[in-house]
Design a protein. Sequence first.
Length: 230
Amino acid sequence: MERLCRAALAAARPAGLTSVCASRLIDDRPRGVVWASDPRARRIDDLQVVLGEGPGITAITEGGPVLVPDLRGQWRQGWVTFERAAVELGVRSICAFPLQIGAVRLGVLTLHGTEPASLDAAQLSEELAVCDDLSVALLVADAGSGDWSSVLDGALDPPLAITSQAAGMVMVQLGSTIAEAMARLSAHAFGAGLSLEEVSRAVVERTLRFQPDRFYPETDPDDPQPLARN
């Protein structure tokens, strides 16, 4: 995975893109980094997971590359929060490619730079070829393991293992699905201004516990209501 990610970055460097991150999907959403070239690349991926928006999310949803030469002039109104946060991190240009084989969605590759940048036709073609190889590598890793936990122990890096473990714990705490548990983790990270990994570690270390949502029955407006006390 590292070799393929470095190949993708090498093909994009002449265009001005300087960082790369590959992440895999769980429930059709990026849920953990497979390999990142630097902390900022990892942070950009984490932002998209937490916010639920950005070029990687769009690439997965639309099933094709999303190329943004300049984030400050991007036209997607749904990225308002991501755009602001990414620019604050020093990111100006970004490209995202879905990693998929046919209809099977496996991950997403994101490249970005600190200055406006765009890929020419030859560079784009090379990136697409690398993405095909990355997709096969992810599929082989899953098929060869036969079990998600063994993939976490081998092919993926520790932050994804921590996040997956935390999601499982939150799922039990809430009595929910794994997707709902991930949504709660992401929402807490966004609200607290923390990374998904930081929140996940707090859950695993049992310094943070999630409680099920409380639901209140709707009241009949004709029923008498108790008076509020000061």
